[in-house]
Write a protein that binds this ligand. Structure first.
Ligand code: FES
Ligand SMILES: [Fe+2]
Length: 342
């Protein structure tokens, strides 16, 4: 499947881009250099000098401009050449830029048509950003696979009972069928279990482990690589909002066709002052992602080679409904993007 371009993708955490630094990253097969202007506004330009294709990220910042390390052309934040030490500025000397939006501690990048970028529609994760530092943690797990395999992995949590049998599994994810719905271009995959013990990763933190609870695990996917998780463990018949609530996000951005940027963010609405618990949960989840998910997803990629999973005519199970809907929406968005403008 092609990459959707007209879409906000995570470029990195805000604090990965301190003032005065240059950050080189590849998104959707395009090399990009990021830096901040003096007033803090982040900037993204194609990391490729229009003179002899040197990476601009090897250059130096001069105020709000970037000087190429090779022959000294200097570009402003809009990508326009503002200095040529060797003569007049050639009309062609400019570098394409990419719109950015910064909110909730994340820098989002728009790799498509700049005029179509609407900053107001960059993903909103304010409900997580306002959680105290003692109740949130973040990590990254760059993965050698197409980003869609990571989306599939989170969209189908039935794997929890097998791949994570000894770490997260507990029955809820196979004994109950998720209900899949669409909200605009989002896909919501909601699993509810009633009167069962909570999955171990939540149960161990309950005041009374082992008691039957109502468990809700809602995954909301937004194009192309944002997966928001809203998990609640509540006393029987209590509204989910009153339960122990966890908000997590898994965010993937294609790097190349066979590699992805993968960030995860874990927050909690209960025992927010308990930094030790945050550390414990972070260590457990990181171990699960790095030692259990990552190896299997990367192995899938090696077996697929350049093929899309769905090109292999895979056997489909009831638990694949979420990924199937996601891929259908992706196909529609890609077709819309490919259509000539009306
Ligand atoms: S390659 Fe950048 S100035 Fe020559
Ligand atoms: Fe997993």
């Amino acid at each position: 499947m092609e990459f959707l371009k007209n879409c906000w993708y995570m470029a990195g955490w805000s604090d990965e881009l301190p003032a005065g630094t240059l950050l080189a990253r590849t998104f959707l097969e395009q090399p990009v250099v990021l830096f901040r202007q003096g007033n803090g506004t982040p900037v993204a330009l194609l990391d490729r000098c229009p003179h002899r294709v040197a990476p601009l990220s090897r250059g130096t910042l001069v105020g709000d401009t970037l000087r190429c390390v090779y022959h000294g052309l200097r570009f402003d934040a809009s990508g326009r050449c503002v200095e040529n030490p060797h003569g007049a500025i050639p009309a062609k000397a400019c570098v394409p830029g990419f719109p950015l939006a910064e909110r909730d501690g994340i820098i989002w990048i728009w790799m498509g048509e700049p005029a179509a970028a609407d900053r107001a529609r960059a993903p909103d994760l304010a409900h997580m950003a306002r959680v105290p530092a003692t109740a949130q943690s973040r990590g990254s797990m760059p993965s050698a696979c197409h980003y869609q395999l990571i989306v599939d992995n989170v969209a189908d949590l039935s794997h929890v009972e097998y791949l994570h049998a000894t770490t997260l599994g507990g029955g809820a994810f196979v004994e109950n069928r998720p209900v899949v719905s669409e909200q605009g271009t989002d896909v919501v995959i909601e699993l509810r279990s009633r009167g069962q013990a909570a999955p171990p990763v939540y149960d161990r933190f309950l005041p009374q482990p082992g008691v039957p609870v109502d468990f809700v695990n809602r995954v909301t996917w937004s194009p192309a690589g944002l997966l928001k998780l809203d998990i609640s463990v509540a006393p029987l018949d209590a509204p989910p909002e009153t339960g122990l609530r966890t908000f997590n996000a898994h965010i993937v951005t294609p790097e190349t066709r066979s590699s992805s940027h993968y960030w995860y963010w874990l927050t909690r609405e209960y025992r927010q002052e308990d930094a030790d618990m945050t550390q414990l949960r972070h260590a457990l989840m990181t171990r699960v992602f790095v030692e259990e998910d990552k190896p299997i997803i990367e192995a899938q990629q090696r077996l697929l080679g350049g093929a899309d999973l769905f090109d292999t005519q895979p056997v489909l199970l009831a638990t694949d409904t979420g990924s199937i809907r996601i891929r259908r929406i992706m196909r529609q968005l890609l077709a819309r993007e490919a259509a000539p403008a009306a």
